[in-house]
Design a protein around this ligand. Structure first.
Ligand code: NAG
Ligand code: NAG
Ligand code: NAG
Ligand code: NAG
Length: 435
């Protein structure tokens, strides 16, 4: 009797003590990072704080990237830097089974013996070379979905050290890439497990080089001024796994970390454009299909698709004089002959028809056209050549001012289409902290 009442008391205490522990160590429901667009490279950039003492680290955002990588070669000063010894838990989480040595004379961040390595890749130019799996403290702002709040930290955020040659072609000031891809060690996965929140994240890219867009880690609300919860206006489509890696180099056989969706056809002004539909599915070698990318500034279409696409679009704009194409685009128009709408230039609507004829990602003028000169608007799609790895790569310009939410647990994508129809944009998150 005495024993069981003691046991009950113990349970009672446990019940009351544990929530108070949880309360004192603030646990965020979501995190937010600002995203800027670099005008010269058209890359989307973000920034986290890392190391001891904390320093800002500027990164190119890579939606399909496998993990966070940062150059450690020089200027990496941190008392909390750790490398992952080979066969340790971080190495198995990272799928990095092999042991490496570094032939430098003395150990430093990025150069240790007995480490496991991965292959950080600059996905803009395909440069890939191995570097050790590492950890360091990182801090990032939490959010209630309306404003940034308290800064929270992850004591041992996994990343991979890279060399400075990895930075070729990246925007000025950038020292790495923030991989949000489909792996256990991408930033969304690591943040969700660090704070036990939903395995969801969302990107909302600004179309302006002067105003911030955002990446949200965790579930909505995602509120844009003047008080529009954009997480409420999503349509869903399954995310498709490409079983063959799309990385330049790998040590092990892994599926692709890119986010693929199923586009079944493309309509322009409501008419399906004729194309070889086998290009739209992923074959045994991992070729074909449609992926979403933040490292391609414009949507890239396989050559035969591109040809019929341009032809159909131009036919739909027959009354507008065409002008000499401006590289990298293949179809440009005299914009003084084109009207405007709430969602940009009044041009033929482009529909990506997804898993059923009722699920459609519609692209309007603001996302289809690029103003290259005062009186010239070009169709913002580019030719991907014959036999490319992926037939359709939906690029940055087509994603701007659209909310995309990736649900890793249920493997589905929520997309909003243009937020301009909801009278807001991706640059309307209120970044004033309320902490
Ligand atoms: C790693 O070990 C080799 C000898 O096995 C040594 O020459 C080298 O300096 C060591 N590297 C570091 C960074 O300690
Ligand atoms: C359609 O595309 C597939 C995949 O690239 C190719 O193997 C096939 O030959 C193409 N068919 C036609 C009729 O062009
Ligand atoms: C566009 O059309 C206007 C009016 O017709 C004309 O003045 C202008 O030169 C044209 N621009 C180009 C690039 O063709
Ligand atoms: C942005 O958020 C701050 C902090 O909550 C608030 O004081 C400010 O009024 C908000 N700005 C707008 C334009 O609503």
């Amino acid at each position: 009797m005495a024993l069981s009442s003691k046991f009950l008391l113990f349970c009672f205490l446990l019940f009351f003590i544990s929530p108070s522990i949880a309360k004192t160590s603030f646990r965020p429901k979501a995190l937010v990072l600002p995203v800027t667009k670099d005008g010269s490279t058209l890359q989307y950039l973000t920034q986290i704080k890392q190391r001891t003492p904390l320093v800002p680290v500027k990164l190119t955002l890579d939606l399909g990237g496998q993990f966070l990588w940062v150059v450690c070669e020089k200027e990496y000063v941190s008392s909390s830097y750790r490398f992952a010894p080979c066969h340790s838990a971080p190495c198995s989480l990272a799928n990095a089974p092999y042991c490496f040595e570094c032939f430098g004379t003395k150990p430093r961040p990025g150069c240790h013996n007995n480490t496991c390595n991965l292959l950080p890749e600059n996905t803009i130019n395909g440069i890939s070379f191995n570097g050790p799996v590492s950890m360091d403290v990182a801090s990032i702002q939490s959010t209630d979905g309306k404003n940034p709040g308290k800064v929270v930290s992850v004591p041992k955020l996994l990343f991979v050290c890279a060399d400075s040659f990895h930075l070729t072609d990246l925007a000025k000031g950038v020292t790495g890439m923030a991989g949000l891809g489909r792996t256990k060690i991408s930033l969304p996965s690591l943040f969700s497990s660090a704070f036990s929140f939903k395995r969801k994240f969302a990107i909302c890219l600004s179309s302006s080089t002067k105003a911030n867009g955002a990446v949200f880690f965790g579930d909505g609300p995602y509120v844009m001024l003047p008080g529009v919860d954009v997480s409420k206006s999503l349509t869903y489509t399954p995310l498709i796994l490409n079983p063959v890696t799309t990385a330049a180099l790998t040590f092990t056989d892994l599926p692709s970390s890119d986010y693929f969706i199923e586009v079944k056809s493309i309509k322009i002004n409501g008419h399906v454009i004729p194309m070889n539909t086998s290009l739209l599915s992923i074959d045994k070698k991992g070729f074909g299909g449609t992926k979403i990318s933040t490292v391609h500034p414009y949507t890239v279409l396989e050559s035969s698709i591109y040809e019929v696409f341009i032809e159909a679009f131009t036919k739909g704009l027959a009354k507008v004089p065409r002008v000499k194409p401006v590289s990298p685009f293949g179809a440009c128009f005299n914009s003084t002959h084109i009207g405007s709408t709430r969602a940009g230039a009044a041009v033929p609507q482009i529909d990506l028809v997804l898993q059923s004829s009722k699920v459609i990602w519609s692209i309007f003028g603001a996302n289809s056209m690029v103003q290259v000169k005062d009186d010239v608007l070009c169709l913002g799609f580019v030719d991907g050549g014959v036999n490319p790895r992926t037939s359709i790569v939906i690029g940055g310009h087509q994603l701007e001012d659209n909310l995309l939410q990736f649900d890793l647990a249920t493997s589905r994508l929520g997309f909003s289409s243009s937020l301009l129809f909801h009278r807001t944009t991706c640059s309307n998150f209120n970044f004033t902290s309320n902490a």
